[in-house]
Design a binder for this molecule. Sequence first.
Ligand code: MRU
Length: 346
Amino acid sequence: MEDKTIFWDFEKNCIKLVEQTLLPTEYRIISCESVERLAKAIKNLEVRGAPALGVAGGFGVALSAFRHDDENMDGFLRLVSDDADYLISTRPTAVNLSWGVKRVLSTIKDAKNPKEARDIALLEAVAIAEEDEKMCRLIGKHGADYLPEKCTVLTHCNAGALACYTWGTALGVIRSAVAAGKEISVISCETRPLNQGSRLTAWELSRDNIPVKTITDSTAAYLMKKGEIDAVIVGADRITHDAVFNKIGTYMHAVCAAHHNIPFYVAAPSSTFDNINSESDIIIEERSRDELAFCGNKQLMPDSVNALNYAFDPTPMELVTAIFTEKGVLKPPLLKGELVPESRDI
Ligand code: MRU
């Protein structure tokens, strides 16, 4: 396996990424040679997971700069900025996407010509990707200390290498704990309707020989009641001072974990923190009815019935035991505007 989820092809000046909808049966790297193709890949979850979307956003702005060649710098910047807005609009909840896009866009404002803008944009996008790996490794190191020598961890969705540039956040903590000699086994919730848990998390961990079992999402409470879960660790798509936004179903696990006195941990880099907004300001992505209505070609609902397909839910901060970041471990409650040392414009 190419160990990076998304990267730049320096020969063809385009983006390469692991096409995640094909996993676990096929591992294929595809090329995104236009901003439109990248936008489609983001919407379809060919590339997904908050930190990977941050990297995709950064490379997306670089790709736009490579595809436009307006002699007039104002015109060039307008075209790239329109592409940036388009990329941000593809998925609203994970803050990393707009963060990555805006970070690279802001670096090219004073470029003298498109060539210079391309070089600067690409440098910044590569820096985002490389920083992501460093952050994940530090998150893993900080979080691993919180896991007992021998334990079973429940996770939801995929917060692994596939959701980042590499290594992972929640799965990064598990990988770091295993590397430190701890005996960890993982319960991976299926994560309906798109099965990031059973398709991606189970795939990643089994390739690393980390013991993993998949359960239906609704089995989690029963396993907690039986005393078979020692900790829950999830990633995040956005963290405000009052809530952790993550894959739909996360809130349910947090409520059950609190009821059974099980620690509920979140692992996320500072690019996932939103220092400005509160829970009520955030748009929860709603996805197509078809994701619930069909499993492959098999129809699962009557034609006449509609669906509510929220992709994420907010877990109130009072249910969170600790947040593992690259800068250290945060223990709620958190103060608005002081989530991570540096405030960022979102
Ligand atoms: O819809 P997805 O697959 O992009 O949702 C991903 C998640 O909810 C992850 O848990 C989150 O992005 C954290 S990834 C490190």
